[in-house]
Design a protein around this ligand. Structure first.
Ligand code: GAL
Length: 348
């Protein structure tokens, strides 16, 4: 790990302690964002893992011919050091390597196996392959080793025989996705399924490498936001309630977000409408949800992370990070801010 290679532990420890208290920088949603080496951050459709008070940001690096999974590290959420290519599509097995690409990678840590587990949307031209890709690593920056490609729920919900997504044979499609680890240590994958019409939430096995089996609907997995056509799921939990921010399905074009709430990960989930407020709210400020990050040491401090895609030049896509505001009734709003820092969470 390169992050602290030239720093003494004596320097690092007080820094970690001060993580939450001392905001070190400013977030400028939609503006260019450079890493500590001065290169534009390439972590689109990403998510963040927190380990030992270090944030690891994984996402799509779209500077290479085929998207690889990048890993950046930070202690203050503003200054990001590029650690590694965590997963290179060249390491997909032969039959997948030449035809597949990766979107929306996420990583969680499994304390039982001591492994870092990466899930992503593994896709091919036409977006009909629609599988989950799973890879495991021994450290946060990898390298991750590919394990398998799968559709977690192989059930046939009366899919058509001639379905281009081949759901009758292989089960519901797996596209936009996210991972969530609950306080009880159980992990879940949320993904747009059934041709993006319905979202699935599936509890993972003890290793976090596949679905819990046998899969029993209502007990280990569930269809949620049924026929609502939502994607880009960003789940989080606050004060015992589960929240799920999603986007509509309009490709790279931004649309209105929705925030659903539930008392359990498998639902029932109740849609509460668009949490964004102010100018640009109807297009999620020109962006699309990817993750909601609980800030370390700040109870109730959550950052909404979204991608402002540039379809002409995906590598030029920008990041829109905004603080989530909880209202007294437990609902959330996301107001626009030109710039802000972590002290925004002190002013509540
Ligand atoms: C979006 C999705 C992105 C990407 C894109 C391709 O709807 O959120 O992750 O798949 O479509 O058009």
């Amino acid at each position: 790990m390169r992050l602290f290679a030239n720093r003494s532990l004596g320097f690092v420890l007080p820094l970690l302690g001060a993580l939450a208290a001392a905001p070190a920088g400013t977030f400028r949603p939609g503006q260019p964002w450079l890493d500590t080496a001065g290169a534009p951050i390439q972590a689109h459709g990403g998510g963040i893992l927190v380990q030992s008070n270090i944030y690891y940001w994984y996402g799509e690096d779209r500077t290479t011919r085929r998207t690889s999974v990048s890993c950046y590290a930070s202690t203050n959420l503003c200054d990001w050091t590029r650690e590694a290519v965590a997963f290179d599509p060249a390491h997909l097995p032969g039959d997948l390597r030449d035809r597949s690409f990766i979107e929306r990678p996420k990583v969680i840590f499994n304390p039982r196996t001591q492994k870092y587990v990466m899930w992503f949307h593994l896709e091919q031209r036409g977006y009909h392959f629609a599988r989950a890709g799973v890879a495991v690593g021994d450290g946060p920056a990898g390298p991750f080793t590919f394990l398998h490609a799968l559709r977690p729920i192989p059930a046939d919900f009366g899919f058509k025989e001639d379905d281009v997504d081949q759901q009758k044979q292989f089960g519901g499609t797996f596209r936009d996705m996210n991972l969530f680890v609950d306080e009880d240590g159980r992990a879940y994958v949320f993904y747009a399924s059934e041709g993006n019409w319905t979202m699935y939430v599936v509890r993972l096995n003890a290793e976090f490498t596949g679905p819990e089996t046998p899969a029993v609907r209502g007990q280990t997995w569930e269809r949620i936001l049924v026929r609502r056509m939502r994607e880009a799921p960003a789940p989080f939990k606050y004060q015992g309630r589960y929240y799920l921010i999603t986007s509509g399905c309009t490709g790279w074009t931004p649309n209105a977000a929705d925030c659903a709430v539930a008392d359990r990960p498998l639902g029932p989930w109740e849609s509460r409408g668009n949490p964004c407020v102010g100018p640009g709210a109807e297009t999620t400020f020109g962006a699309q949800s990817t993750f909601v990050l609980p800030v370390v040491g700040v109870p109730g401090g959550f950052i909404f992370m979204a991608d402002r895609w540039n379809p002409q030049q995906l590598r030029e896509s920008r990041y829109v990070w905004l603080p989530v505001v909880f209202k007294p009734d437990g609902s959330v709003t996301i107001p626009w801010r030109e710039e802000w820092d972590l002290s925004a969470f002190d002013k509540r």
